[in-house]
Write a new protein. Structure first.
Lengths: 286, 287
């Protein structure tokens, strides 16, 4: 059995392109766009005559992405309160749910036979990893695509240029003038969240080899939330919160470090999963 | 009915998922306590401030900004408290949320339902889920609350220290907080119990619509995250807290809690659980 055939089988069997999943993803991102418009209208109520005039604030695709998928800035150590980026967490947890069950399900059903035919557990695992990355990519392409489409259709700028007053409204601090190029903002706002999510989902899938899927999901949730709370360069979820990126300027998490950390984590998750799977009793599970 | 319910309850409380959920909740309570106690005893902390104020003669009677009512899991805004309230739907569902889905798959229903009847079975299942979910959430909350009484002075919250106990007068039962805080907190423990129980019942009703095994555990959580996002609408206009997850905190931080909103969510969750479980359960084809 060829690796390509196995991968194709995974794509077909995992309901990756199921109408339900596509509808939920599209619904979530459309709702986030609606929330953005309502937020901006409420925040700049005294400057606008009606809801339909929010474009007079010169909004862009970058503003939509940063405010709804960018998370929050690290907390001030003096601050006693703790607010939470629900939208960001909802995106991450929904994606984690989409990729959670398939590997375990396939392993306990037809996996044992497929592995026997392939003659290698590692190839079977690599196919699942590739499927996982594809799922994350499809999710982000669909979600960001919908946001982009809605941004353009409602007459906002498709660029990544950030509006300082919208930034101040959302993050309660002024936007520094970093002079970041559009490509740097693209890397920080689009590529890094996708790469981080791919790494997080691969780690979650590797965890399901050792833990029950529900526990793995719970552990991933805790990891993401701790990442929101502790702003540390080695804590991966920080790179998924694009507002902390050095390109935005308030906080200095460098995109290159983020990319390297994501790739390293992905490699570790793949290796740990392959090792764990090698030691796993296939017959007892089948 | 009693025997079925007792059996379901025993399964719910004696399974390994119930202690796991309680332990997770307790872990968050410990995280919260470490943060608050270290703050309480730090050199520049609250005790030092009170001591300085008393030496300077600003207060006749010793009053303290840190009380058990402001420092427990439901009152503080720390990492532990945030983790607890964000993951609360998962904690509530973990003990027994998966059970109906598993029993449906394994064929256990085919054995039980002919013996005890559909209505009894589903009522017992919903009751056991409700109690186990509520207990899994309330035990860590109550432990954190009782632990607070071991450390912090059991004084009533004082409006002088409003910045450490930000309870606005427009909140639901605001009068009770400053006169009978213990009663208010116990009442809120009851509210949290009911909501957590209903979240657990949501997992039972979700099985009728979603076939995947994990859906019954995770979908209530995702649904509540969606409800939490509704707070964007009107957050800067009415200043009323809409999110059910934030309404479960005894001490609100940003927006005001209102009784009608709480009752509205309660009605919605009851409608989404009990009638649905009974109606769909009685119609559900198990063979």
């Amino acid at each position: 059995m060829k690796f390509f055939n196995l991968f194709r089988y995974d794509l077909r069997r995992s309901r990756l392109f199921s109408p339900g999943r596509i509808a939920v993803t599209a619904g979530l991102f459309s709702f986030l766009f609606l929330c953005f418009c309502v937020d901006v209208f409420q925040g700049f109520y005294f400057e606008l005559k009606s809801f339909w005039e929010i474009n007079s604030l010169s909004l862009s695709f970058g503003d939509v992405l940063l405010s709804k998928t960018g998370g929050i800035l690290p907390l001030n150590a003096q601050s006693q309160s703790f607010l939470f980026p629900t939208e960001w967490l909802a995106i991450q947890m929904l994606l984690c749910y989409f990729t959670l069950g398939y590997m375990q399900e396939d392993f306990t059903r037809g996996g044992a036979q497929v592995i026997t035919r392939m003659g290698s557990k590692t190839l079977w695992w690599l196919s699942k990893c590739l499927w996982n990355v594809c799922s994350v990519t499809l999710f982000f392409c669909l979600g960001y695509g919908i946001l982009f489409l809605l941004t353009v259709l409602t007459g906002k700028s498709p660029a990544f240029t950030l509006n300082p007053s919208v930034f101040a409204f959302y993050f309660s601090c002024s936007l520094p003038e970093t002079g970041a190029a559009q490509s740097e903002l693209f890397l920080a706002l689009c590529v890094l969240p996708w790469l981080t999510a791919a790494a997080v989902n691969l780690v979650q899938m590797a965890l399901t080899i050792f833990l029950k899927p529900a526990y793995a999901y719970f552990a991933t949730g805790c990891w993401l939330i701790v990442g929101v709370y502790y702003a540390h360069a080695l804590l991966l979820p920080n790179y998924g919160l694009s507002v902390r990126s050095g390109a935005v300027g308030v906080y200095g998490f460098q995109s290159v470090t983020g990319v390297l950390l994501c790739l390293g984590t992905m490699a570790l998750a793949v290796a740990a999963g392959a090792l764990g799977l090698r030691r796993k009793d296939m017959i007892a599970r089948a | 009915m009693k025997r079925v319910f007792r059996m379901e309850l025993r399964k719910a409380l004696h399974g390994r998922f119930f202690p796991a959920a309680v332990c997770c909740g307790l872990l968050f309570a410990v995280l919260n306590s470490i943060d608050r106690v270290s703050q309480h005893y730090s050199g520049t902390g609250f005790l030092g401030m009170v001591d300085a104020a008393e030496r300077m003669g600003y207060v006749k009677y010793p009053i303290t900004p840190t009380t058990p009512y402001s420092e427990w899991l439901g009152g503080a805004y720390t990492l532990g408290a945030t983790l607890f309230f964000t993951l609360l739907p998962l904690l509530a569902v973990l003990p027994y949320g998966h059970s109906f889905s598993e029993e449906l798959r394994s064929g256990y229903l085919k054995m039980v339902v002919p013996r005890c009847g559909r209505k009894r079975y589903f009522l017992a299942k919903a009751g056991a889920s409700f109690l186990s979910g509520g207990l899994a959430v309330v035990i860590p909350l109550a432990a954190s609350f009782l632990f607070g009484f071991l450390i912090f002075p059991a004084a009533k919250p004082n409006v002088i220290y409003n910045q450490y106990f930000p309870f606005g007068h427009a909140n639901m039962l605001a009068g009770l907080v400053h006169t009978h805080p213990l009663l208010y907190m116990l009442l809120y423990l009851g509210i949290d119990f009911v909501f957590a129980g209903l979240f657990a019942c949501l997992s039972v009703s979700s099985v009728f619509f979603f076939r995947q095994r994990l859906a019954s555990i995770i979908l209530p959580f995702l649904f509540l995250l969606g409800c939490d996002m509704l707070r964007n609408f009107g957050a800067y206009v009415t200043y009323v807290e809409i999110s059910p997850m934030k309404l479960m905190r005894a001490v609100p931080l940003v927006n005001f809690t209102k009784g009608p909103v709480l009752l509205g969510w309660l009605c919605l969750f009851v409608l989404l659980t009990l009638p649905l479980i009974l109606y769909r359960g009685c119609k559900h084809e198990i063979f």
